[in-house]
Design a protein around this ligand. Structure first.
Ligand code: NAI
Length: 390
């Protein structure tokens, strides 16, 4: 099957590489000739690196590169069985692109978007045949990240998401099926990792270094929330939070923090600007954490309880299956354990107690426990059969 990719930026180029490596002929389109040339260079370098590391045979890397053709013209998509869009995150621009593409492609060509924050349904609505439309959300960098969120729109024909799931799996990825809801799985469930950590900082419970220490050393997370936010960039991280909050009709659970907004306003984007929560200028002192195990456990359990609550609520609302929720958080953001299995080992009554104590203390909606978590905890049940967690 020939695949068309629209937009040759970081994501489009990466996805083109994945599809070509899997054996597909790929048309990679961009409106900007310079972007196309850069993409070709990036793909070549990325394939060479994989070959150097022995992850790909040199001949296979060369063959994959040869399967990618660059174009500025959508008429080249005429024979495509799938066209995937990865242009700017702008609803009107995406809708316009699909209106144009539908004039070129055949009736059985599947149309897909890589959007992170727009509703799949709203993009599909611009199509004449929206039943062939689906979200295929890759993570950056697409050639290395295993997780792909497959998201049917309201209009998507039954069965298409499963077919796309199988296709993406055949590319060596680990796809999950997700309802068309804000943030899909990862960008929704991960919000408290950042938000609750900032809240602890704002309240003066601990400084950034201590919270990061608790999450990495005691929790086993690869990076602490503040180091990770600085790494992602506050421009990106704040905007994701804001878009999830807005898309959930301003549910206070997802409300962004003023502390992070101020960093953004100051241009303290994190590592890339030399300053964020931490100072990255050469010679700047590295803050040391307070190594207080009791405090660290309190921090870890509060953030963890909030994360578990998000995962539990996503399960409660049938956003995804329990297995897919676990797979998404362990492969998409490298959490050391799936959150639901983690809840089982901590004990659901303990997790519920943390949330209820917070709710009682603050009287804030952000601490409301998911009905599913409460129901299971009160019935003495777990998310998974007990054999799966021992
Ligand atoms: P980017 O800004 O690196 O690349 C976008 C490319 O699209 C540019 O080369 C631009 O010239 C081209 N373009 C813009 N409008 C076009 C049009 N009408 N027709 C043809 N080409 C057009 O963007 P990036 O980061 O690759 O993101 C692309 C999409 O993927 C966005 O929807 C984004 O939300 C989503 N995404 C981004 C991730 C990331 O970490 N960067 C992760 C997952 C999804």
């Amino acid at each position: 099957m020939t695949i068309g990719i629209i937009g040759s930026g970081a994501m489009g180029a990466g996805i083109a590489q994945v599809a070509a490596t899997a054996g597909h002929t790929v048309w990679l389109l961009d409106q900007n000739q310079a972007a196309l040339q850069q993409a070709a260079q990036r793909i070549r370098q990325s394939l060479d690196k994989l070959a150097e590391k022995g992850k790909l045979m040199v001949e296979d890397a060369t063959a994959a590169f040869a399967r990618i053709q660059l174009t500025e013209n959508q008429t080249d998509f005429a024979d495509c069985g799938l066209v995937l869009e990865a242009i700017v995150e702008d609803l009107a621009a995406k809708q316009q692109v699909f209106r144009e593409v539908e004039r070129v492609v055949s009736a059985n060509c599947v149309l897909a978007t890589n959007t992170s924050s727009l509703s799949i349904t709203s993009i599909a609505a611009a199509c004449q045949w929206p039943e062939r439309f689906v979200g295929i959300h890759f993570f950056n960098p697409a050639p290395l990240m295993q997780l792909v969120e497959v998201v049917p729109a309201v209009q998507t024909r039954p069965g298409l998401a499963k077919e796309v799931h199988a296709l993406v799996q055949s590319w060596g990825k680990r796809p999950v099926l997700v309802q068309d809801t804000p943030g899909f799985i990862v960008n929704r469930v991960a919000r408290p990792f950042y938000g609750e950590a900032i809240r602890l900082l704002e309240e003066g419970v601990a400084d950034a270094a201590t919270i990061d220490w608790a999450m990495t050393e005691l929790g086993g997370f690869r990076m602490g929330p503040f180091a990770l936010m600085d790494f992602i960039g506050h421009d990106v991280n704040y905007r994701v939070t804001e878009s999830v909050w807005t898309a959930f009709f301003y549910d206070p659970r997802y409300r962004p923090s003023l502390t992070q907004k101020r960093l953004l306003e100051a241009g303290y984007y994190g590592r890339k600007s030399g300053r964020g929560f931490y100072d990255y200028t050469p010679g700047a002192p590295i803050p040391s954490p307070t190594l207080d195990a009791a405090l660290g456990q309190r921090i870890l359990h509060r953030i963890l309880a909030m994360l578990i609550n998000e995962a539990a609520d996503a399960l409660h609302l049938h956003v995804a299956s329990a297995a897919d929720l676990e797979l998404a958080m362990t492969t998409g953001v490298n959490y050391p354990k799936g959150l639901l299995a983690w809840a089982d080992t901590l004990g659901l009554p303990h997790v519920l107690q943390i949330l209820d104590d917070l709710y009682h203390e603050y009287h804030e909606e952000r601490y409301r426990a998911s009905p599913l978590l409460r129901r299971l905890a009160q019935a003495g049940q777990t998310f998974f059969p007990i054999e799966a967690i021992l």
